[in-house]
Design a protein around this ligand. Structure first.
Ligand code: SF4
Length: 475
């Protein structure tokens, strides 16, 4: 997804919409309370997340070898493995798999990687119906929207908005605000689609290298239906999702469900080991795994930025972020909004084009405090802010240095020229202190600064002058 307007503009629009603010405030308050109830003891939480962090860090340390091992294990289990360097490659690959089998109806479980690929639009443009079966995803698909949260994609809507939408868009649906009735309505539509589908697609929460097991965490059962009812199952994952052993899954799963939805366990945990075996009556006849890079190798190559890949996509950083809570997910105009999106999107799409996102953070640190795998999000934001404006930064981050405007560039050059010449600096300080009241707030640089802050006014005397006046020793 690419930004249509700047983050600053879309955030300002969202702030002016009281419905969005109310929906997010209510939802985030609920999620924060549920999560807090799951971690009543701060010491236990720290111990759990140290373990989670260690598992994810170890998996990343061994990533190339684990990916090879995963491929071998999957092949042994009858899962065919495909590698996609880019989203385009991934889309073509999936389309090829579907077309080769004459499949035109795909039913999807929730998958953020498929959102990243823009898979639905791509398939629809090639004559394949791609229907979302996760309730939240189904709701936003009806309105052709994008997810506003990685765990709860339709969190920006309240039940009145959904009731209105269902009554208008689902054939023969009566208007109701009863949540159970709304859910039953969607279930009725979707159940038929599962049985009609030629193929099912799902994401992967954890892929286990030594057993070739694909773990899928969900609450609605739609993941199980998408992966087990149609004859073809295609799983898509980012290459960082691999872990070493099944023992690694349990602690990460405990952190994921508690951090994401405040549940000790999810309703379903699917452990997919391959297609149906001889004599088995259910399960897909073919299982394919598509492993997507899309810039992850570049992130992996940098020792500090690599921490970004520890993410288990729980969404807790969003729920606790004062910026996300106020502007909502769509303001970020990115597949991954909130704090994790703030660091992931510029790394994937380039800091030059998405540098505005890096300033959508107050650096309060709430995200890092709740992150179950201790990703130092504020530190990475600061690092990327520097990358965005410094071409000389020695890293592989795309578009570094291009986030600096010509005005900023000129201002910093002038600043450097003044500060490196003592006489010029003294003259500038004298002028600034004597004419301080005349400095206009409307100068291009000051204008942006003073939008939400008081205009900086220099002191009456410079520090050097005061030191001299006080007779203090100076060099
Ligand atoms: S960065 Fe941490 S808190 Fe945010 S989604 Fe990823 S794992 Fe969860």
């Amino acid at each position: 997804m690419h930004a249509e307007t700047g983050f600053r503009e879309s955030a300002a629009q969202a702030l002016g919409d009281p419905q969005i603010r109310a929906n997010f405030r209510r939802a985030m308050d609920g999620l924060m309370a549920k999560r807090a109830a799951q971690f009543p003891d701060p010491e236990d939480f720290q111990a759990m997340r140290h373990l989670g962090t260690a598992i994810r860090a170890r998996s990343l340390l061994k990533l190339p070898a684990l990916l090879e091992q995963l491929e071998a294990s999957c092949l042994r289990n009858g899962i065919q493995v495909h590698w996609a360097r880019t989203c385009e490659e991934g889309n073509e690959l999936i389309l090829g798999l579907l077309q080769a089998r004459g499949a035109t109806r795909l039913v999807k479980g929730k998958s953020m990687v498929s959102e990243e690929m823009g898979l639905n639009h791509f398939l629809e443009a090639h004559g394949v119906e791609a229907l979302e079966s996760d309730l939240g995803e189904y709701i936003i698909q009806l309105d052709q929207e994008t997810p506003s949260h990685i765990i709860m994609p339709a969190i920006h809507k309240n039940k009145t908005q959904i009731a209105r939408q269902f009554s208008q868009k689902i054939k023969d649906a009566k208007y109701t605000e009863d949540v159970d009735e709304l859910t039953a309505l969607a279930r009725k539509v979707l159940r038929r689609k599962f049985f009609e589908a030629d193929a099912g697609l799902s994401g992967v929460n954890f892929a286990v290298a030594d057993t070739g097991t694909l773990c899928l965490v969900e609450n609605e059962g739609n993941g199980r239906m998408s992966t087990h009812v149609p004859p073809l199952h295609i799983a898509v994952m980012g290459l960082e999702k691999v872990v070493e052993t099944l023992e690694d899954v349990a602690p990460l799963y405990a952190l994921l469900t508690r951090s994401a939805t405040g549940q000790a366990v999810s309703t379903y945990l699917n452990l997919i080991r391959g297609p149906r075996g001889p004599g088995e009556l259910d399960g897909p006849r073919e299982v394919h795994l598509v492993i997507l890079d899309n810039g992850r190798s570049r992130i992996y190559a940098d020792p500090q930025l690599r921490a970004t890949l520890r993410c288990i996509r729980c969404g807790a950083c969003m729920n606790h972020c004062p910026v996300y809570t106020r502007v909502g997910g769509h303001a970020f105009q990115a597949v991954y909004p909130g704090p994790i999106g703030t660091i992931l999107t510029p790394q994937m799409e380039g800091v030059g084009v998405r540098h505005e996102l890096l300033h959508g953070s107050s650096l309060c640190g709430a995200c890092a405090e709740v992150c179950p795998v201790e990703i130092p999000i504020p530190e990475i934001i600061v690092r990327l802010r520097r990358e965005a404006t410094h071409r000389d930064a020695a890293s592989a981050v795309e578009g570094r240095g291009t986030g600096r405007t010509a005005t900023e560039d000129l201002a910093w050059r002038l600043w450097a020229a003044v500060l490196s010449r003592p006489r010029v600096y003294r003259l500038a300080a004298w002028c600034a202190t004597r004419f301080r009241r005349l400095i206009p707030g409307g100068l291009p640089l000051l204008k942006a600064w003073t939008l939400s802050r008081a205009k900086p006014v220099p002191a009456r005397r410079s520090l050097q002058e005061r030191v001299r006046e006080e007779g203090l020793p100076h060099g």
